[in-house]
Write a protein of this length. Sequence first.
Length: 87
Amino acid sequence: MLGRALGRALPGRQGGPTKGVISVAISLSVVLLLAIILVVLIRGGSIKAGPAVVAVLFGFFLASTGMAPSINRFLNSLADTINRISF
């Protein structure tokens, strides 16, 4: 609260008070989009339920490896790049 009142980020929080909120919103949007795509692929017959479960489990376990921060940084930079495009 004090950091916000002074117009600066609190110690340990990089990028200001809304950086984490935006990151969570983007992550939630991506998860929702990927879930919708997965359901469409399963219902359309492009992918069977078994391989879809394997893909979901692969993503789940990949998130707990040492590669997760690198993947997260890449996806965040990709989202920032897309966000900076002006039409």
